[in-house]
Design a protein around this ligand. Structure first.
Ligand code: ADP
Length: 298
């Protein structure tokens, strides 16, 4: 697999680029896009991709709650919902029904929700929930590219990019669009089928040269609200086992909490409303670990 391009020039800069002689128009255009994207995200301190080996493990739920946990600490946060076919970040952040607005200079304004969290999503551009996106790869990439280079993100501490599940074309293209991604957070759940694919996600990150900040095990057990007993509805411990075996950090586990699902569906902030719950505390601990890992890297 090819590594993402590391050098960034615009067509205006081609004159001073020692390798531009060998570039065709397509490469020059690509350089221009990369340059534009880099400039636009110039005031973003950390860019993090949230990935998973398969769908349904709670990747978007984790992204939304990490965003809230960072924002509750006082950080400025943006979320890119790069899941073009199944965008659900707006619903989870209570932003359903909002639309993206464009400014006089042609830039798009992200939708801003509670705690000042900014977000972009395909959902903000669709006329209704039934409208499917029947686009081929290049069009989808163009949309994601615009989310990154044409949206006025301004100054942010964290930009979280919720990628489509798997290790196919789209996650790969986003990584290539953002060669300076600070790291990936990998979400899994405790079952053998999820464990098998999370290894692919770790290998994927390593192959595209993006550091793995760590693995999160979501839906990790359920604490009975009546008797307090912990029940491992699925299995437990797979995330940690894989992190150890692949020598990447383990960030922690999030238990199953029906209120997470209720609050996501209702567009409420689980983190703010149920801040004393074990799951909210786990998210709080995980953002501290992410922050520390990124600070240590500097
Ligand atoms: P993915 O992005 O991996 O496809 P989602 O984030 O959409 O998965 O989550 C799938 C469903 O599981 C959602 O209905 C969500 O509310 C629910 N869910 C995710 N994590 C938890 C959890 N820890 N406890 C309870 N429900 C959860």
């Amino acid at each position: 697999m090819a590594n993402p391009p590391k050098h960034v020039n615009s067509t205006e800069e081609c004159d001073s680029c020692p390798t531009s002689d060998g570039c065709d128009d397509q490469r020059k255009q690509q350089c221009e896009q990369e340059h534009k994207l880099k400039l636009n995200l110039g005031r973003v301190k950390y860019k993090i991709a949230v990935i998973s080996g398969k769908g349904g493990v709670g990747k978007s739920t984790v992204t939304a709650n990490l965003a809230m946990a960072f924002a509750m600490k006082g950080d400025k946060v943006g979320v890119v919902d790069a899941d073009i076919h199944g965008p659900c970040i707006p619903k989870m952040l209570g932003l359903k029904g909002q639309t993206l607005k464009s400014g006089p200079d042609g830039s798009l304004s992200p939708v801003t929700g509670r705690l000042g969290i900014k977000a972009v999503s395909m959902d903000f551009l669709l006329p209704n929930d039934e409208a499917p996106i029947i686009w081929r790869g290049p069009l989808k990439m163009r949309a994601i590219q615009q989310f990154l280079s044409d949206v006025a993100w301004g100054e942010l501490d964290y930009l979280l990019v919720d990628l489509p599940p798997g290790t196919g074309d789209e996650p790969l293209s986003v990584m290539q669009l953002m060669p300076d991604m600070d790291g990936v957070v990998i979400v899994t759940m405790p079952s053998e089928v999820s464990e098998a694919v999370v290894k692919k996600s770790v290998s994927f990150a390593k192959q595209v040269g993006v550091p793995v900040i760590g693995i999160i095990e979501n839906m990790s057990g359920f604490v009975c609200p009546d008797c307090g007993a912990k029940i491992d509805i699925f299995k437990a411990g797979g995330g940690k086992r894989i992190a150890d075996s692949m020598t990447v950090p383990y960030l922690g586990s999030i238990p199953i909490d029906p209120k997470i699902c209720n609050d996501s569906d209702g567009g409420l902030s689980f983190m703010a409303e149920k801040s004393a719950s074990p799951a909210a505390k786990a998210f709080g601990e995980i953002v501290k670990k992410i922050e520390q890992a990124l600070e240590n890297k500097k």
